[in-house]
Design a protein around this ligand. Structure first.
Ligand code: ATP
Ligand code: MG
Length: 550
């Protein structure tokens, strides 16, 4: 695996050296409101790998302070995703477990004259906030006494007020050039049931207030987040300092990861699922971690993709073909390479005895002897790829089968086509060939060079299989479609499936097994695969079809 090396690592090194910290503690803080996607993987891998470099710790903290959309199924899925990536959090915490502590700190700020209860409506507050170029206006409630604020805040907690009737705000500076410092909200009233706290609370802390306290309570040293929190850092520091927190975490921002032809946001992902444009969150075309896993991307490939893309303080967009390239690198020497025929064409070897089958040695991975060999069947009836046959050899470049042409059936024999059988409409239904018993194992034959090597499966032992081939969910952006909503840019060919055959050795394949199908691509067995009806997802093609834009 690639090694992590970025500007945050440099900061950590110097923080350790200067003694600001004596250990590295990071955390990954997802909201349990959605499945994780490849963008989250950047945050996960960055946090875990950096901590690992320094023998530090990484917590998984569910940011469940906003109670509306949280769901146990997302919590379970996120824990599973981390496990899949090979990371074990030092602790699993929930932001909501700190509600009591957070409340105490809010009371402390009120007592210090640094927080007040505001009766203004959300709309009024927004109006009084001012703009980037004009200062805000103080709320009429800003000068309430500490005693009154303490009483009102307690009443808020007791449920005396309706949603939105009162808000606890930090008292900072309504003319501050950074809008986040203009008396930001700390607590809002929400009469809803929390997935862990039940009905214990009807006031909930805002992200900007809760997050620094959570980091501090857990002793996080380096709190990493994406770039959009850049101008919240000053508020983060303000809360840590004024709440008199024992530990002082620091926030660092990194650029978000985007991928071409892929929209990575919860809203988009949910919309695709809800509108049934995809089969679910784990549809193999989805940018979710459960989706790419089902498509056959491995944790190693994903980590190398993320680490290879590097990390900086700029948002970056990486070509989607890079992830496939990492998968090829990972699986090239590891995956077994069976024969599979996606678009079958029946071949009858007319000089081969009827009812006879022989088994030939075949390497499991032609580039890695250590993976051993297996037996593949050869007999009178075989399947080859439709694309590997053409009636008339068109030119010298055609290195496959054609009428009156001889090729090598890989690891078997030289086979020559003599006759093409068609139906009444002129469609080829099968071809008749002869094999040369002297050419066993396809070992070169003096003076006779076959017109190419093609793979095959023996028909009577072959197993029927469904092959699912994917393309990006979204069409390339063009001049015509660039203003369309993403739902109107969906690629109608993003999922194609074909019925073909695989060799008998795949009878016991289990979901999640990776293969390189010979001369075809990388595949993984799908969870829908059953005995008698195997299903394989194509992860990517053998070679990159990425074209450099001119
Ligand atoms: P989305 O934009 O999909 O709604 P989010 O940022 O709201 O994502 P959270 O659950 O809050 O999702 O994210 C947890 C962590 O993952 C945060 O630190 C966030 O910055 C990071 N993260 C999310 N998307 C990306 C991305 N595309 N690139 C890098 N980091 C990301
Ligand atoms: Mg978020």
């Amino acid at each position: 695996m690639a090694e992590i090396n970025n500007f945050i690592k440099t900061i950590m090194e110097s923080d350790l050296e200067s003694g600001r910290v004596d250990t590295i503690a990071t955390r990954f803080p997802p909201e349990p409101t959605a499945y994780l996607h490849i963008g989250h993987a950047r945050a996960i891998i960055t946090n875990f790998e950096l901590a690992k470099c320094f023998n530090g710790t990484t917590n998984l903290r569910f940011d469940d302070t906003n109670p509306v959309k949280e769901d146990q199924k997302f919590i379970d899925a996120i824990i599973e995703d981390l496990k899949w990536l090979g990371y074990t959090p030092t602790n699993i915490f929930f932001g909501s477990d700190y509600f009591e502590k957070t409340y105490e700190k809010a009371v402390l700020l009120i007592k210090k004259g640094l927080a007040y209860v505001d009766d203004s409506t959300a709309e009024e507050m927004s109006k009084m906030r001012g703009t980037l170029t004009t200062p805000g206006v103080n709320s009429p409630c800003r000068n309430r006494s500490v005693e009154e604020n303490l009483r009102l805040f307690e009443e808020m907690r007791e449920g005396k007020y309706a949603d939105g009737e009162k808000t606890l705000r930090a008292k900072i500076d309504m003319a501050h050039p950074n809008m986040n410092m203009r008396d930001p909200a700390m607590y809002r009233i929400m009469h809803v049931t929390h997935h862990r706290q039940g009905n214990k609370w009807c006031i909930y802390p805002m992200y900007d207030f809760a997050h620094p306290l959570q980091d501090s309570i857990e002793g996080i040293t380096h709190s990493l987040c994406s770039l959009e929190f850049d101008n919240h850092r000053i508020l983060y520091d303000w809360f840590v300092e004024n709440c008199e927190m024992e530990h002082t975490p620091h926030q660092y921002e990194f650029g978000r990861l985007n991928i071409t032809n892929t929209i990575m946001s919860k809203r988009y992902i949910k919309q695709l699922v809800d509108s049934k444009k995809v089969s679910g969150y784990d549809d193999p075309r989805m940018p979710t971690l459960v989706g790419i896993k089902r498509r056959g991307i491995t944790p190693v490939a994903l980590k190398n993709f993320i680490l290879g893309a590097g990390l900086s303080r700029v948002n970056s967009t990486i070509d989607d073909s890079q992830l496939d390239e990492c998968l090829r690198e990972d699986q090239k020497m590891k995956a077994i390479r069976p024969n599979a025929i996606v678009h079958p064409l029946k071949v009858i070897i007319t000089n081969y005895p009827e009812g006879q089958i022989e088994y030939l040695d075949c390497p499991n991975n032609a580039e890695n002897e250590a993976l051993g060999t297996r037996k593949i069947a050869f007999g009178r009836e075989c399947y080859i790829e439709e694309d590997d046959f053409i009636e008339e050899k068109p030119n010298k470049k055609w290195k496959r089968l054609a009428k009156d042409v001889e090729v090598r059936f890989m690891h078997a024999y030289f086979v020559k086509c003599n006759e093409v059988i068609k139906d009444e409409n002129g469609n080829i239904i099968e071809i008749h060939c002869t094999y040369d018993p002297e050419t066993k194992s396809g070992s070169g034959f003096e003076g006779r060079k076959p017109n190419g090597n093609i793979h095959f499966v023996e028909a009577t032992t072959a197993l029927p299989a469904e092959f699912r081939l994917f393309e990006p969910l979204l069409l390339d952006e063009t001049e015509e479609n660039k203003d369309l909503d993403f739902m109107e840019r969906l690629n109608p060919n993003s999922w194609q499936q074909f019925e073909g055959f695989v060799e008998a050795s795949l009878a016991d394949t289990v979901p999640g097994t990776h293969y390189q199908f010979v001369r075809n691509g990388y595949y993984v067995t799908d969870k829908d695969s059953r005995e008698g009806h195997l299903v394989f997802n194509r992860t990517c093609e053998l070679k990159s079809s990425f074209k450099v834009q001119k």
